[in-house]
Design a protein around this ligand. Structure first.
Ligand code: ASP
Length: 387
């Protein structure tokens, strides 16, 4: 069953068994798609009302962006200021300061921005020592004729613009990294640490290894070590004039190989904005998004007549199609897409209905602010996650 998502959209019932996959078309579909292409409008009418949407961790980001838009700020300034709250928050371990590090214990961040009115973009990847990579991505857009800077070059660019080099690894993230490191072992079960690998799990042994840490912190660190999380914020905005911008920012996959870059800084994957039509972004397993160029795919879907939610569901189906719709393999990850149309419609879809913990399923959600308080709405989804 698909759940309905917001935006006052008509109910969507395309059946979810997706046997043919989102990317496969019959000749008849192709012909009708061509007809739609030929008839595609150049630009949708603007909705006339500001809207900001984001991944579920962006309630405060949406509120700040909306406040700024209502006081006349540019849409990109607004979304960047919104996600800065999350980048600077040490408690969000998937974005900016406090993000979980790579396998060497170093936090590497990725971000990109797109500005609808000027049709420009900027991006940084694998940048170290800067809490707010979204600001650096925006500077790349504003100050250079490049689009993407990576690694050391991105860091040096940030320094040249006055960013201080800071340690982004919080004590909490460092402990989670150490617990992960000490849980690794060879095929015979051996590792280099006193206490032995198999002994790690019981709370008492963890406590022995890290006596200073609270039980709560150790439980968090163990959970992060055994279930390396992903996480990101994507934020999209529309103002009353029909101007649109977007930003995506992340610390990427926990324990990644140094230099690994996901979808978040990739224009056309983690983010795409064409304010004639709309904007889209993603969170979750970045590699799967890159393979379908999700952000761009969704905007093109909307250009050819799909609602934001249908466009996101199509992207999710393309991801599933890359696994022959094999749920057992797809169960190992999740991915969510978010879309906002120039006309003010919005939607989101995830591969799975939610996350399972202790037999309970928490629904996948996204954040919306259309002028009042930010709220969470349920994402549409392809597959139902069982508890
Ligand atoms: N998409 C991000 C990446 O792959 C991570 C995430 O959103 O969870 O780097």
């Amino acid at each position: 069953m698909l759940e309905r998502a917001g935006g006052g959209l008509p109910s969507f019932a395309d059946g979810t068994d997706n046997k043919s996959g989102g990317a496969m078309f019959t000749r008849r579909h192709w012909l009708s798609a061509s007809a739609v292409l030929a008839a595609a409008p150049q630009a949708l009418p603007a909705g006339g009302k500001p809207i900001v949407i984001s991944s579920a961790n962006g309630l405060r980001a949406c509120a700040r962006a909306m406040e700024m838009i209502r006081s006349g700020a540019d849409t990109l300034d607004a979304v960047v200021a919104g996600v800065n709250i999350v980048e600077e928050d040490p408690e969000d371990d998937s974005v900016g300061y406090g993000g979980l590090p790579n396998e060497e214990g170093v936090v590497e961040l990725d971000s990109c921005v797109m500005h609808g009115p000027t049709r420009r973009a900027g991006s940084v990847a694998s940048i170290r020592g800067v809490k707010t990579p979204s600001k650096v991505a925006k500077l790349v857009m504003e100050q250079t004729d490049h689009i993407m800077l990576v690694g050391e070059g991105a860091g040096r660019f940030a320094k040249a613009y006055g960013f201080k080099e800071e340690n982004l690894l919080t004590e909490k993230s460092r402990l989670a990294w150490l617990v992960w490191k000490r849980s690794l072992r060879d095929a015979s079960g051996h590792n280099n640490w006193i206490g032995g690998p198999g002994a790690l799990k019981p709370a008492a042994r963890l406590k022995q290894m890290f006596p200073e840490a609270s039980d709560e912190l150790l439980a968090y660190a163990w959970e992060r070590a055994v279930n390396p999380p992903t996480g990101t914020i994507n934020c999209l905005a529309l103002n009353a004039k029909g101007e649109m911008s977007g930003v995506t920012t992340t610390s990427g996959l926990a324990w990644k190989i140094p230099g690994r870059v996901g979808d978040s800084p990739i224009i056309g994957a983690g983010l795409y904005v064409d304010q004639d039509v709309g904007a889209a972004g993603s969170t979750g397993r970045g590699e799967e998004n890159i393979r379908i160029a999700g952000g761009h795919t969704i905007v093109e879907n909307m250009r050819h007549g799909m609602s934001p939610r249908e466009a996101c569901l199509d992207a999710v189906k393309r991801v599933a199609r890359n696994y022959d719709n094999d749920r057992a393999r797809l169960a190992k990850f999740d991915i969510s897409f978010y879309a906002l149309g120039r006309d003010g419609q919005y939607g989101s879809a995830a591969l799975w209905s939610g996350t399972a913990k202790n037999g309970q399923v928490r629904p996948r959600q996204f954040a919306v602010n259309d002028g009042g308080k930010s709220r969470l709405e349920n994402c549409a989804y392809l597959y139902e996650r069982k508890g």
